[in-house]
Design a binder for this molecule. Structure first.
Ligand SMILES: CC(=O)SCCNC(=O)CCNC(=O)[C@H](O)C(C)(C)COP(=O)(O)OP(=O)(O)OC[C@H]1O[C@@H](n2cnc3c(N)ncnc32)[C@H](O)[C@@H]1OP(=O)(O)O
Ligand SMILES: N[C@@H](CCO)C(=O)O
Length: 358
């Protein structure tokens, strides 16, 4: 059974939170498996920053025949987010008002805008209920927003290494990356490779936040005590920048970093906690102990304020990127949660209830 790649075209004006709009939009998406007759087997996966709709590629430990999210008995959907590089409307798409690519004129897109675009696709696909919606990092930001926007849509919500509001620390990392792109002399130009050297530096900076001291210690330590010309950590940083430049563009990188910053579920909803309280899905929040970018206090907060949510912590060497790498541990955590749900046991909800009474 093969995954299928498709395009959804919405020919009408799509208003954005910023007050701007897109004259039309396209979403590139992947489906895997078949929706059953009652339509209760939909798994919607939300991808992170530089990810894509090709979930079988970047989450192959979790998604595929025989895996936790099995296309043999589920209908798996993953859509490329607006602004990204993998086929959805983004800065390299043609602006219908000029006939040229948007490049620098592409408008800011918020996490909430992305969820509204997913709603268009969901309706087009005839999906009335989502059995499980899961996302990590920026994918989790979308998933939590969706749980608030459509409280009766998602039965099970799984939020991994994510947050309700992007922290000043996270914004600072993103701004530093944008600054790296801005100082690239080609950034002011209008062609697909503009700012690409800056983006390499931005990715190298980001990597520091996706991993941590210990990850580098274990994977990039000095080989010996000689005065090496190129230390391992040096070539690693440079290689990671080059690797991303082979598959991404600086405009999308810039726009998506601002999208991450836009995360604040409390905006126009009377605050973060009242917003989280609107979620009705059975929710599992997973945090990664060594995550320096979305530290586990952020997932504790989500679990504390989403009604009835469960919380599990994964111990990983890899920091934030553990959500992409630790598929074995995530499978275990999710299966355990599914079992506890069947037994109607929620130890974390009990814990938070008791904590509140102290
Ligand atoms: C097919 C693809 O491009 S991935 C699909 C799209 N990407 C996404 O969805 C984004 C999400 N994915 C990611 O962010 C990443 O792929 C992750 C987090 C899952 C894994 O990160 P990776 O960069 O593969 O892992 P890691 O940090 O161990 O680096 C390994 C790479 O660095 C290279 N490397 C390791 N140490 C060094 C060093 N000291 N100097 C130079 N290169 C080094 C390795 O040879 C390897 O190269 P390769 O990727 O060409 O095989
Ligand atoms: N490595 C991830 C980090 C952001 O969550 C990505 O590039 O999408």
């Amino acid at each position: 059974m093969q995954a299928e790649f498709r395009h959804y075209h919405y020919p009408h004006t799509f208003p954005l939170e910023s007050g701007e709009s897109l004259a039309k939009l396209d979403l590139a998406y992947q489906t895997w498996g078949q929706m059953n007759a009652v339509g209760d087997n939909v798994i919607w996966i939300c991808h992170a920053f530089t990810g894509s709709q090709d979930v079988a590629d970047w989450w192959q430990g979790l998604v595929g025949p025989g895996k936790l999210f099995n296309p043999e008995n589920n209908f798996i959907v993953c859509a490329n987010i607006l602004g990204s590089h993998y086929g959805s409307t983004g800065p390299l798409s043609t602006d219908p008002s000029t006939g040229n690519p948007y490049f620098h004129s592409f408008p800011d897109i918020s996490i909430r805008d992305v969820v509204h675009s997913f709603e268009l696709l969901r309706k087009e696909l005839g999906i009335h209920t989502i059995k499980t919606c899961i996302g990590g990092s920026m994918g989790g930001q979308q998933a939590v927003e969706w749980g608030i926007i459509c409280p009766d849509l998602i039965q099970n919500l799984i939020l991994v290494a994510t947050n309700a509001v992007h922290s000043p620390w996270g914004v600072a990392f993103n701004e530093s990356q944008r600054m790296a792109i801005e100082v690239d002399k080609t950034w002011g130009e209008s062609h697909p490779k503009a700012g690409i050297e800056g983006m390499k530096a931005a990715r190298a900076t980001a990597l520091i936040s996706y991993r941590n001291y210990e990850t580098y210690q274990v994977t990039q330590s000095r080989q010996d005590h000689s005065l090496e010309k190129t230390l391992r950590a040096v070539s690693y940083q440079r290689y990671q920048g080059e690797k991303l430049a082979q598959r991404f563009n600086a405009y999308s990188y810039y726009i998506l970093s601002k999208m991450m910053d836009s995360q604040d579920v409390g905006r126009n909803r009377g605050g973060i906690i009242p917003a989280l309280k609107q979620i009705k899905s059975n929710t599992l929040v997973i945090g990664i102990k060594s995550d320096a970018l979305f530290p586990i206090v952020e997932q504790e907060f989500l679990a504390k304020h989403i009604p009835g949510a469960s919380f599990q912590v994964i111990d990983s060497l890899y920091g934030h990127d553990g959500f992409l790498i630790e598929s074995g541990l995530m499978t275990k955590a999710i299966r355990l949660w599914q079992k506890l749900q069947l037994l109607e046991v929620n130890p974390m909800a009990e814990f938070f209830r008791e904590l509140e009474q102290l």
